[in-house]
Design a binder for this molecule. Structure first.
Ligand code: COA
Ligand code: ZN
Length: 305
C-alpha cells in the first residue's frame, strides 16, 4: 500500500496568526496529542523575529522540550535567515525549513527582502544548514497566486524551486499560501515541476480558503506527490498574506488518503482529541470539512448498544 507522509504544521502555521497567545505548555500538549494520533512529522515552530511574530517567541525552549520528550518525532522548524538558523541549531534543531515567496512584494511583506535577496539568503541558509548536518526543506510560497501581484508565472515557480534544489534542499514544498489553487492548476504546475525535480523531493502545502483543499490534494496525489503539509483542525494562515485562511485540515487529508487506499498511520479519533485541545486553547470552533461526521462517529462509539 502506498504511503502518504503528512507533516502537521499546526504548531507553526496554525498558531502564528492566532489572536490569543498560546503558552509553551499548551503547545506541548497539542504536539503530544498529534503524536498520540500517529503523526510522525511536525513543524514545531519558527525562529523568526519575536517582534514580527510574538507567538513564536518561545521557539528554542519549545523545540528542546519537544525533541527531548518525543525523540523519534520528525521535527522541522522554520528559519527566515542565518540568524534563525543559528538560533535553531543552538536549540538542537535537526531539520530546518527556509521560506522563499515567488513574488517581490510577498517577500518584502513577509521577511523585508526583495525576491533576489530572499533567494540568496535561502540558498546561503540551506548550504549552512547542510554543513551543520541538518535536514532541510525549502518552501516556495505563493506558488499559485500572490495577494499583492496576482497569478504567479509557473516559470518563476519552476526557476525558484530549481534554485532551492540546487542549493541542496532535501524537500521542496510548493505552497498555496492563500488557498487560490484549483485542481487543474495543481495538475499542470506539479506535473511540470515533477519532470524537473524528483517527485520524492516535492511536497505540497495547501490552504482551504475556497474549499478546494482536498480537491487540490487529490490532484497532487495523482501527479505522484506523497508528501503533504496539513494542519489539525484546519487552523492556520500567514499573518503577512491578506486572505490567507486555514490550512488544509489534517483530518480531511487523512480521510481522503485512507479512503482512497493510501496509508497515513494517523488515527482520526486521535486527531479529534487534538482538535478538542486546540479549540479550548484558541476559544474557537475548529475542524475540517469532515468534522461533523467525525463527531457523530465519536458519539455513536460512545453510546452503549
Ligand atoms: N530571529 C530573531 N531575531 C531576528 C532574526 C531571527 N531569525 N533575524 C533578525 N532578527 C533581529 C535582528 O537581530 C534585529 O534585532 P535588533 O532590533 O534587536 O537589533 C532585528 O531582528 C531586525 O533585524 P533585520 O535583519 O533588520 O530584520 P528585519 O527587521 O528586516 O526583519 C525578519 C527580517 C526576517 C527577521 C522578520 O521580517 C521576520 O522575522 N519575519 C517573520 C516572517 C514570518 O514568520 N512569516 C510567517 C511564516 S512564512
Ligand atoms: Zn501556510
Amino acid at each position: 500500500m502506498s504511503r502518504v507522509h503528512i507533516t502537521d504544521v499546526a504548531p507553526r502555521d496554525g498558531l502564528q496568526n492566532q489572536r490569543l497567545p498560546v503558552d509553551t505548555a499548551t503547545k506541548l500538549a497539542l504536539i503530544g496529542r498529534l503524536v498520540a494520533a500517529g503523526v510522525a512529522s511536525v513543524e514545531v515552530t519558527s525562529f523568526v523575529s519575536p517582534k514580527a511574530v510574538p507567538q513564536m517567541a518561545d521557539a528554542g525552549d519549545l523545540l528542546q522540550q519537544v525533541q527531548a520528550r518525543w525523540p523519534a518525532l520528525r521535527c522541522s522548524v522554520l528559519v527566515p535567515n542565518l540568524k534563525g538558523l543559528e538560533r535553531a541549531h543552538a536549540a538542537g534543531a535537526r531539520e530546518v525549513a527556509v521560506v522563499l515567496s515567488a513574488t517581490e512584494e510577498m517577500n518584502r511583506r513577509n521577511i523585508n527582502m526583495g525576491l533576489e535577496q530572499a533567494a540568496g539568503v535561502c540558498e546561503d541558509t540551506l548550504r549552512a544548514a547542510q554543513q551543520l548536518g541538518l535536514r532541510t526543506r525549502a518552501y516556495v510560497a505563493v506558488a499559485f497566486e500572490c495577494p499583492f501581484e496576482g497569478l504567479v508565472p509557473l516559470t518563476t515557480v519552476a526557476t525558484l524551486a530549481q534554485r532551492m534544489a540546487q542549493a541542496g534542499a532535501g524537500e521542496i514544498v510548493i505552497a498555496d499560501t492563500i488557498g487560490a489553487a484549483a485542481p487543474g492548476m495543481v495538475t499542470e504546475r506539479l506535473g511540470v515541476l515533477s519532470r524537473e525535480i524528483a517527485v520524492e523531493k516535492l511536497a505540497v502545502h495547501f490552504h482551504d480558503t475556497r474549499g478546494l483543499g482536498t480537491a487540490n490534494a487529490w490532484a497532487a496525489l495523482e501527479v505522484g506527490i506523497r508528501r503533504f503539509d496539513a494542519s489539525v483542525g484546519g487552523i492556520g494562515g500567514c499573518p503577512f498574506a491578506p486572505g490567507a485562511a486555514g490550512n488544509l485540515a489534517t483530518e480531511d487529508l487523512v480521510q481522503l488518503a485512507e479512503r482512497s487506499g493510501f496509508q497515513t498511520g494517523i488515527s482520526l479519533s486521535g486527531l479529534l482529541e487534538a482538535i478538542d485541545l486546540a479549540q479550548t486553547a484558541l476559544q474557537q470552533t475548529l475542524g475540517g470539512r469532515c468534522i461533523g461526521w467525525l463527531r457523530r462517529q465519536q458519539a455513536r462509539a460512545a453510546t452503549p448498544a
